[in-house]
Design a protein around this ligand. Structure first.
Ligand code: IPD
Length: 261
């Protein structure tokens, strides 16, 4: 698909960051056996990737704002546009040598996500979309799954860790959804969870306690692939980090189960 100039900048930047992170990922596997472990190394790799992405994007579009996971938000001269970036979504996977993580870059304009790129360097999968231009994986058009029976559907979520407050709610969600579906997956990278819904690999996804940078790019990718995506609590800001999405035929039933309404 021939994308806009902005989309090309986003994809080029995601690929460049992905190449650097892929080299670091090779190093992480060696560090697993050291007594100190790879923690500091990964935190440096994460920060270096964000610095590189920030430099590329701000060089290409100096007037846009920048909001990334690792640093302080930068206001742009143009207050209507900002980049929202997670340099490394799936940090815990990366740290443990699990090959499932991604670079996520979104462009927001007047409060709407208008373009998004999620790049998985290990599998060389580039998921991307622009408002009105459809969703894509490398050269192929994406479409959410066509399943319409919950009992045949697979859902993804995130499980709260390290004392996160949403544990009881998530356990209740699981108790309601598991008997009604074909399975629930927890792969550990929310950006890729959303990309996989867009690709029809999962039929739906929900999670609480996420951040804008985990989900911004995925929002436009899922919607452009024909999925329905809403805040878990209707009327909340979608970037607040609690969301639910699925293909159209099952969205309503799935949302009823998760929202317990
Ligand atoms: C995390 C991943 C994970 C989700 C966590 C996020 P990070 O992002 O997306 O799947 O369950 O809530 O914090 O920290 O690897 O960028």
């Amino acid at each position: 698909m021939a994308g806009s100039a902005n989309l090309n900048v986003m994809m080029k930047t995601a690929r460049k960051a992905g190449r650097g992170l892929l080299k670091d990922f090779g190093e992480v596997e060696n560090l697993q056996v050291s007594t100190k472990g790879p923690g500091d190394f990964v935190s440096r790799a994460d920060k270096a990737a964000e610095a590189m992405i920030k430099e590329e994007l701000m060089h290409a579009r100096p007037s846009y704002g920048f909001f990334g996971e690792e640093g302080k938000e930068i206001d742009g001269e143009d207050p209507t546009r900002r980049w929202i970036v997670d340099p490394l979504d799936g940090t815990t996977n990366f740290l443990h040598g699990l090959p499932h993580w991604a670079v996520s870059i979104a462009l927001e304009h007047k409060g709407q996500i208008v373009a998004g790129v999620i790049y998985d360097p290990v599998k060389d999968e580039m998921f991307y979309a622009e408002k009105g231009g459809g969703a894509w994986l490398n050269e192929s058009r994406l479409r959410v799954s066509g399943r319409h029976r919950m009992i045949e559907s697979i859902f993804a979520t995130g499980l709260p860790f390290a004392g996160r407050a949403d544990l009881p709610e998530t356990i209740q969600d699981l108790a309601r959804i598991l008997p009604a579906c074909a399975g629930v997956r927890r792969f550990g990278a929310a950006a890729l969870d959303l990309a996989y819904v867009a690709a029809g690999r999962y039929d739906g996804f929900w999670e609480r306690g996420l951040h804008a940078w985990d989900i911004a790019a995925g929002i436009v990718i899922v919607r452009e692939a024909g999925g329905i995506l809403e805040p878990l609590t209707p009327n909340d800001d979608i970037l607040d980090g609690q969301l639910i999405c699925a293909n159209e035929p099952i969205f309503e039933t799935f949302a009823k189960v998760i929202r317990n309404t």
